[in-house]
Write a protein that binds this ligand. Structure first.
Ligand SMILES: [Zn+2]
Length: 133
């Protein structure tokens, strides 16, 4: 497990278990057991993403699956997994989500979430700063 995800789990006081789960299930958060389960059949990158996603469910106190909750969890997972500086370095070479994903060791799904959700906000912040400077 990556150090910063370990720290996030510690902050949230939630247990993490890599377990044998149904193939269709990447992971899940059980509020009742205060435990996040990650499917052991996933690759390391997929495990990291599943863990970040489930940590986000835990962070927001989600106790059910809804479209809104899933989107919110993906947004926070992207924030946990993608360093803006490393993103920028990779995207300058090639902004395609598949390329950036390989460079950063994440899935292209999480790069797309980052590009759709966080990138416009970063760009707006930068413009705000430039207006002041
Ligand atoms: Zn979810």
């Amino acid at each position: 497990m990556v150090q910063y995800l370990k720290e996030e789990a510690k902050r949230l006081r939630v247990h993490v278990k890599v377990a044998k789960l149904a193939i269709s299930l990447r992971g899940f958060y059980s509020p009742a057991k205060n435990t996040i389960y990650v499917n052991r059949s996933l690759t390391q990158d997929q495990r990291r993403e599943a863990l970040a996603h489930e940590l986000a469910h835990c962070f927001y106190g989600h106790d059910c699956t809804s479209e809104f909750n899933e989107r919110q969890a993906d947004h926070r997972a992207a924030l946990l997994l993608i360093d803006p500086d490393l993103y920028r370095q990779a995207a300058l070479l090639n902004p395609h989500p598949n390329f950036v994903a390989i460079e950063l060791g994440v899935t292209s799904h999480i790069v797309q979430v980052w590009q759709e959700h966080w990138l416009p906000q970063l760009a707006a912040k930068r413009r705000e700063f430039e207006d002041v400077a």
